[in-house]
Ligand binder design. Structure first.
Ligand code: NAD
Ligand code: MN
Length: 486
């Protein structure tokens, strides 16, 4: 096999030959327009999206201003009152099934583009993101003609035009979480992808074209925060669905206060992953790794706080470090890679600043040996011991591959510490005892709790937070309800 440049493969324990996924089976255009009313519409401005693993520009995309956002909302209204709005549930279901199958057909392309634009390992985009994207469309396709059975006796009706704003950590998956239920329920959509990862949403627009989706049913307007703001503030948007940071979630709530817009907000998190002395330790160590290093820790439900029972703390931390030394950090397109690139230079700065704060406040940092690639945005898998409840690394969302470890003696102590954050999105419990699982999962103030596993997702299961982690649920029947009037 041809030798690839050594740069991205430096951080390797053991010697794996490079195994990069190929990029020659599809095309990325140099420049993308906005997808409005079933047509590609030129934006007056453009911005670049880069590959965070190399720093190279991948493509230019349109930056939608107020005018273009207005056109998109108008197109969505027209489709809602016209062709899409007239379809029966069974007909809507057919489109969703068709879209799901087209996603499967183009899954390799979508996985590679996702990894190039956002930096996540191909193993994850190929085996987690894209299969789940298809699963969300399949699942909601099945509901489209059964809404009367999901909500018997209350005559569910669509809301109208939905404005959706999504983040960069699971770009296409978040698009699917938003679009599939909205369409199943008969709404029309204007979606704004995140500015660092717009490409797979634009590929999805190509799929909508191929599926013959009626014009205006889904419109995709790329851009940054201002574009998102123009969308959520537009007076003809009936519902706002947002996934992103708590700070922006609060701003959105203020912006739509006093209107009759419906909204769901999926915001940040600081999940506790709690390991008891009776847990299967090796499995728990794998779960801890998956909990915090999956997708570079850019995961709202990441298990970023580890609580380990005091009696096994030394053993668990030792095993964890040993395992972390085997993690491969590097080229996201390499099939061996465990940890890819940090999504953007800004996010890397945020991670570095919080890690510095952790050191300054007295926590004890540990990272495996090894050099990081020279070009691009990278951060080593990191753990902190000697953490206190008051440390910023324990209270604030880092959204990077950084684990804060604390110990506990009793289940009650674990619960109190675990619940002591402004967030409440997810949590994990590792124990051999079913009774402990029930005690902990009922005591944790979190929307999703995993027992003896972590970061498992399924379209049938509602997802969402307590407290500053957000309002509303996505997925399952709960997620459908958020796109309906009764
Ligand atoms: P962000 O809030 O900065 O951006 C999210 C999206 O909102 C982007 O598309 C952005 O362009 C847009 N935006 C920014 N300002 C806006 C405004 N004033 N009005 C409307 N839209 C605006 O968040 P981020 O840095 O992109 O993503 C990371 C955050 O998202 C983390 O806090 C993470 O926990 C959270 N997140 C939550 C979930 C969940 O399901 N709860 C899932 C993924 C990410
Ligand atoms: Mn990018």
């Amino acid at each position: 096999m041809a030798k690839t440049e050594p740069g991205p493969h430096n951080f390797v324990f053991g010697n794996y030959a490079p195994a990069p996924e190929s990029k020659d089976h599809f095309k990325i255009k140099k420049s993308y327009d906005l997808f409005i009313g079933g047509k590609w519409v030129k934006a007056s401005k453009k911005f670049e999206t880069i590959n965070p693993a190399t720093g190279e520009v991948i493509a230019k995309v349109g930056e939608a201003g107020k005018k273009e956002v207005g056109q998109a909302v108008k197109a969505a209204r027209k489709a809602f009152e016209g062709e899409w709005g007239q379809l029966s549930g069974a007909e809507r279901g057919k489109y969703l099934f068709r879209i799901a199958r087209l996603i499967q057909e183009r899954s390799r392309e979508l996985a590679v583009v996702e990894s190039m634009d956002g930096g996540k390992p191909i193993r994850e985009s190929r085996d987690v993101d894209i299969p789940l994207v298809a699963a969300h469309f399949f699942y909601h396709a099945g509901w489209a003609d059964k809404l009367d059975y999901a909500f018997p006796g209350v005559k569910p009706k669509p809301l109208g035009v939905v404005g959706q704003v999504i983040p960069w950590n699971f770009p296409l998956l978040m698009a699917a979480w938003k679009i599939a239920p909205a369409l199943a329920c008969g709404n029309t959509v204007v979606l704004k992808p995140a500015e660092t990862t717009p490409l797979t949403a634009l590929k999805l627009a190509e799929i909508f074209e191929d599926a013959g989706l009626p014009p205006g049913t889904v419109n995709i307007v790329t851009g940054a925060g201002e574009t998102g703001q123009a969308l959520i503030e537009h007076p003809d948007v009936d519902k706002v669905a947002f996934t992103g940071s708590t700070a922006v979630g609060k701003a959105i709530r203020r912006a739509i206060a006093g209107t009759d817009k419906k909204f769901t907000l999926e915001l940040g998190g600081k999940a506790a992953n709690i390991v008891f002395e009776d847990a299967p330790i090796n499995e728990a160590v794998e779960g801890i790794l998956n909990g915090i290093f999956f997708n570079q820790g850019h995961v709202c439900c990441a298990g970023s706080r580890l609580f380990v029972q005091e009696s096994i703390a030394d053993k668990v931390i030792k095993k964890l470090k040993k395992r972390m030394e085997t993690l491969i950090v590097g080229d996201p397109l390499d099939k061996n890679t465990d940890i890819g690139a940090i999504n953007s230079a800004e996010q890397l700065e945020r991670i570095k600043a919080l890690v510095k704060a952790g050191e300054r406040e007295g926590a004890c940092i540990w990272q495996p040996e090894g050099r990081l690639p020279r070009k691009g945005n990278w951060f080593k898998p990191t753990l902190f011991t000697e953490c206190a409840q008051s440390h910023r690394i324990v209270q604030e969302e880092i959204f990077g591959p950084v684990l804060a470890i604390q110990t506990f003696r009793t289940p009650q102590e674990a619960l109190e510490k675990a619940n002591n954050t402004p967030y409440g999105l997810s949590g994990g419990v590792w124990t051999d005892k079913g009774s402990k699982i029930f005690k902990m999962t009922t005591g944790l103030k979190a929307g999703v709790v995993w027992a003896n596993t972590f970061n498992k997702f399924d379209p049938t299961s509602p997802f969402g937070g307590y407290k500053e982690s957000g309002i509303g649920r996505e997925g399952g029947v709960h997620g459908l309800a958020a796109y309906l009037n009764f």
